[in-house]
Design a protein around this ligand. Structure first.
Ligand code: SAM
Length: 225
C-alpha cells in the first residue's frame, strides 16, 4: 500500500542532491543536470545499471513502489558507486526513488523534463476488473505526455500479449503519441538494451517466452491545446 508515501509539492521541492550528490554544485546551490530518463516500476534495477554507461551526462531515475525492492536497488547502486569510484563509468548518474508512478508524477518532474520513459514488463493485472490498475491508461498517458518533451519516447516491453495489445491500443488512441516502427526499434540502442537487461526480461528469456515491444514518440502539442 502507498498511503504513507510522501510526494513533493512541486518539482522544485524535490531534493535531487540526495539522490545524485555528484551532480550537485555547492557554489550555485543547484543541480548541474536534471533527471531526463525514467524507468517506471524499475524492479531490481537491471535496466538502470545498463543505461548508466550509455548516458554518462544524463540523470536516470528508477521509480519503484515496493519498499524492499527499492532498498535493494539503492544498496546495489551504492555498491556500484563505491566499487567504481575512480572509473570512468561510476554510476553517479543513476538513482532510485520509492513512489507510486500512477500518482502525482507531475509533482516530481516539470513539464517536458523527460526524454525517455521505460515501462518494462509492467504488472499485467490479468482480470478484467483489475485492468484499471494497469500503468498505461488514457488518463495516465496524458500525465506521461506532460512530463515528456516533444520527440521524447515511451518504451514498452512485455511478455503478456494481451497487455501488449492493451498498451498499443491506448497509445494509438492518444493524440500525443505516434508509434515508432520496427526499423527504428532495430537501430535504437535503448530498445536493444531494454530487450534483455531487466531482471524480468532475463527471466522471460530463460523460460523461452516471447517479448513484445512498442515504442511511441511524443508528438508536439497542437497550438490550440
Ligand atoms: N521493470 C522491471 C523488470 O523488467 O525487471 C520490473 C518488472 S515487475 C513485473 C513490475 C514492477 O513494477 C514491480 O517491481 C512493481 O513493484 C512495480 N510497480 C507496480 N506498480 C507500480 C507503481 N504504480 N509505481 C511504481 N512501481 C510500480
Amino acid at each position: 500500500s502507498d498511503h504513507r508515501l510522501e510526494y513533493p509539492r512541486s518539482p522544485d521541492d524535490m531534493n535531487w542532491e540526495k539522490l545524485f550528490p555528484k551532480f550537485y554544485d555547492e557554489e550555485s546551490n543547484s543541480m548541474t543536470s536534471s533527471v531526463e530518463i525514467a524507468d517506471i516500476g524499475c524492479g531490481y534495477g537491471g535496466l538502470l545499471t545498463k543505461l548508466a554507461p550509455e548516458f554518462p551526462e544524463k540523470l536516470i531515475l528508477g521509480m519503484e513502489i515496493r519498499v524492499q525492492v527499492t532498498q535493494y536497488v539503492e544498496d546495489r547502486i551504492i555498491a556500484l558507486r563505491n566499487k567504481h569510484e575512480n572509473d570512468e563509468v561510476n554510476f553517479q548518474n543513476i538513482s532510485v526513488l520509492r513512489g507510486n508512478a500512477m500518482k502525482f508524477l507531475p509533482n516530481f518532474f516539470r513539464k517536458g523534463q523527460l526524454s525517455k520513459m521505460f515501462f518494462c514488463f509492467p504488472d499485467p493485472h490479468f482480470k478484467q476488473r483489475k485492468h484499471k490498475a494497469r500503468i498505461i491508461t488514457n488518463t495516465l498517458l496524458s500525465e506521461y505526455a506532460y512530463v515528456l518533451r516533444e520527440g521524447g519516447v515511451v518504451y514498452t516491453i512485455t511478455d503478456v500479449e494481451d497487455l501488449h495489445k492493451w498498451m498499443v491500443k491506448h497509445l494509438e488512441e492518444h493524440p500525443l503519441f505516434e508509434r515508432l516502427d520496427e526499423e527504428w526499434e532495430k537501430q535504437d540502442k535503448c530498445a536493444n538494451i531494454m530487450y534483455n537487461s531487466t531482471e524480468e526480461g532475463q527471466k522471460v528469456t530463460r523460460n523461452k517466452g516471447s517479448k513484445w515491444i512498442a515504442c511511441y514518440r511524443r508528438l508536439p502539442t497542437p497550438e490550440d491545446c
